[in-house]
Design a protein around this ligand. Sequence first.
Ligand code: NAD
Ligand code: DAU
Length: 332
Amino acid sequence: MSHILVTGGAGFIGSNFVRFVLDNTAHSVTVLDKLTYAANTASLEGLPASRFTVVQGDIADADVVDGLVASHDAVVHYAAESHNDNSLDDPRPFLDSNIVGTYTLLEAARRHGTRFHHISTDEVYGDLELDDPNRFTESTAYNPSSPYSSTKAASDLLVRAWVRSFGVDATISNCSNNYGPYQHVEKFIPRQITNVLIGERPKLYGAGANVRDWIHADDHSSAVLTILERGRIGETYLIGADGEKNNREVIELILQQLGQPSDAYDHVVDRPGHDLRYAIDSTKLRTELGWTPRFTNFADGLASTIDWYRDNRAWWEPQKAAAEARYQAQGQ
Ligand code: NAD
Ligand code: DAU
C-alpha cells in the first residue's frame, strides 16, 4: 500500500483520479490544492477519512511542498491553471503555477527520491490540419500555441531535464480533452449543458470546425494509474480514446439530447490563435502497458454527463454567473 500525493485533487480530473484510486486500490491519498476558483471541495465529499486528507496550499510554496513530498511514496501532479481562454486574458498565474509550481515539486522529488508522475496535455504538440492523416505520437515535436499550452510544454521539459540530469523517477502523460461529471462550467461541454439548463443558448466559437479528441475522465484516471504502477521511468505516454469530434457536432448532440432544436445555438467571436485539431495515437500505452478505454461510445458518455449536471445543480450553480461574466468581458 502506498501514500500518494495528488496535486490539484480538488479540480476536475484530479478529483476523478482521487475517487478512482480510493475505489480501486488500497492506496491512501493526500490532496494538495490551492483551492483556486477552479477547485470544488464538494467533488471530494463522502470519501473515506481513514485513507484521504486535503491540504490547502500552493505547489509553488517550497516549504509546504517539501514536507508533503517527503512523507509520500509518489506524487501525481495535476495542479495547474488549465483554461486556455483565461491564459489569453492573464498569462501570469499560468507561469507561476504551471512552471514554477512544477519546478518546486520536482526539486522536492529530487531531494527525497519520490516517484513522480506528471499530468500533461496533447496541446503541447500544437495542432493538426483537419485532413492530416497523422495523429500526435510520443515523438511529435513540441509546438504549443497558447500561453496555457506553452507553460504546460515548459513543465514537461522541466520533468524530462530532472529525469536526465538528476535521476528523478518520473513519467509523463499527455492526454486529450476530458469530459464527464465535476468539470468546471467554464469548459466547453459543461458550459453548453448548463446554458441549456438555465435557458441560455450554447455558444460556439467561430464556425465550430475545430476538432477535439474526447476521452471520459474515468478512462484518463485508469490510464494514469496504469502508468504510475507499470510505466517505464523517463518515458512519456500519450492517452487518448479515438474520440475525434468537431465542436459543431458536439453542440448539436448536446441540444438533441436535451430535447432542443439542434440549431438553437449562437456563433460567438473565435478564440485568438484557436488550435484547429487535436488527435492522439495511444498505441504505445495500449501495447506496452495493455491499457484500453472503457467509454468508447461518446453519445452514451455525454448522455450520462448531461444527467449528472441535471441532477447536481447545487455543485455548479454557484460557479456559473462568474464564469459567464468572464466570457461576456471577452465577447464570448
Ligand atoms: P482544473 O482547472 O479543473 O483543476 C486544477 C486544480 O489545480 C484546481 O483544483 C486548482 O485549485 C488547482 N491548482 C491550480 N494552481 C494551483 C497551485 N499553484 N497550487 C495548488 N493547486 C493549484 O483542471 P483539470 O481540467 O482538472 O486539469 C488538471 C490537469 O490535467 C492539468 O495539469 C491540465 O493541464 C491537465 N489536462 C487537462 C485536460 C482536460 O481536458 N481538462 C486534458 C489533458 C491534461
Ligand atoms: O486537449 C487537452 C486540453 O483540453 C487541456 O489541456 C485543457 O486543460 C482543457 O481545457 C482543454 O482545452 P480546450 O481549449 O480544447 O478546451 P475548452 O473546453 O476550452 O474548448 C474545447 C473546444 O470548444 C475548443 O475548440 C474551443 C471551443 N469552445 C469552447 C468554449 C468554452 C466553444 O466553441 N465555445 C465555448 O463556449
